[in-house]
Design a protein around this ligand. Structure first.
Ligand code: PEP
Ligand code: MN
Length: 341
């Protein structure tokens, strides 16, 4: 259930509703928007209905949320978009985020060089993997803690907030020292204990859609993070498995407007992992931005031919500024402005 308070409702009236919801054994999630306060009541529907909150002081109306995901649903925020603040950079609403960087932190030189290019080219956040999910256990698995240290150095030098993947909850404390946003990779989208742990950490999360996951499964995964009281979640479409083999994955751009209809959370698109090849990353990015994505997550490398991982799909760093300009123009078509560092 969602309890929509009147615009004139006082803080005491909000608290009284929260207390009554909790007295019925349900959880209350108040969310204070610019105009309205809504309280999500998660628990036994019958028990909540018996509270007859409809007529309570300050309550405007009570709306049932029919979707299996509640906190992630668009109804929960009464149609308002969630805007995240990542170390001063806004993501969501009218803000377009350019999240760019290396696939994998390989060396100090490669990481710092790319971070400078991302900053100078107008990037919003810097991405880089220290722990890498690789299909082959014999492939390079990332620099781990040393990689995190290099990301920290990149952050200190450029001021760009860091997005990095957490694969194992045993690394959470180390990742929390550096990450402004914790990335949950496609392969871990349904690792529910990891999701809950990231939820409890309170750190903003970028949740990638699983290779064969439905949008409902993605939103249920987001719910695991939100349920722990962490409201800072971005969803990321990164391509799904279909019968098509001409490219790495099929970028499901239909997911952009549909996710935005179903949920209030920002929607990011990763064209790099979907494409698997550099030459189609730009058209996919333009399409995603024009479709209303709240941002792009893209891989860039100073010398992609030498990259240890995902070189074929990484943009050449020299071309990054022009790429940003073009994507920015496409985002403007959808009414969004690039939120640069
Ligand atoms: C990545 O972004 O580095 C990555 C491994 O992506 P995905 O989890 O979408 O495969
Ligand atoms: Mn990659």
């Amino acid at each position: 259930m969602m309890i929509v308070m009147k615009s004139t409702a006082t803080e005491q009236e909000v608290q009284a509703v929260v207390d009554r919801v909790q007295s019925a054994g349900a959880r209350a999630h108040p969310s204070r928007g610019e105009e309205l306060t809504v309280i999500g009541a998660i628990g036994d529907r019958e028990h909540i209905a018996r509270l007859e909150l409809e007529g309570a002081p300050g309550v405007d109306r009570v709306v049932p949320i029919m979707k299996p995901y509640k906190l992630a649903s668009a109804q929960f925020k009464h149609g308002e978009r969630t805007v995240l603040d990542i170390a001063g950079r806004k993501v969501g609403g009218h803000n377009f985020a350019m999240i760019a960087g290396v696939c994998t932190v390989e060396s100090r030189e490669q990481t710092l060089e790319t971070a400078r290019i991302v900053r100078d080219g107008g990037g919003t956040l810097f991405r880089g993997g220290a722990y890498k999910p690789r299909t082959s256990p014999y492939a390079f698995q990332g620099l781990g803690q040393e990689g995190l240290r290099l990301l920290q150095e990149a952050k200190l030098e450029t001021g760009l907030p860091i997005v990095t993947e957490l694969m194992d909850q045993r690394d959470l404390d180390n990742v929390l020292e550096v990450a402004d946003v914790i990335q949950i990779g496609a392969r871990n989208m349904q690792n529910y204990t990891l999701l809950a742990e990231v939820g409890r950490s309170g750190r903003p999360a970028l949740l990638k859609r699983g290779l064969s996951s439905t949008l409902e499964e993605l939103l249920m995964a987001a719910e695991y993070i939100l349920k722990e009281g962490n409201e800072a979640v971005m969803l990321c479409e990164r391509g799904i498995r279909t019968f098509e083999t001409a490219y790495r994955f099929t970028l499901d751009l239909t997911a952009v407007p549909v996710l935005k209809e179903l949920s209030h959370l920002p929607v990011i698109v990763d064209p790099s992992h979907a494409a698997g090849r550099r030459d189609i990353v730009t058209p996919l990015s333009l399409a995603a931005a024009a479709a209303g994505a709240d941002g792009i997550l893209v891989e860039v490398h100073p010398r992609p031919d030498d990259a240890i991982c995902d070189g074929a799909q990484s943009l050449v760093a020299d071309e990054f500024p022009e790429y940003v300009e073009r994507v920015q123009a496409a985002a403007a078509v959808a009414g969004k402005v690039l939120a640069a560092a």
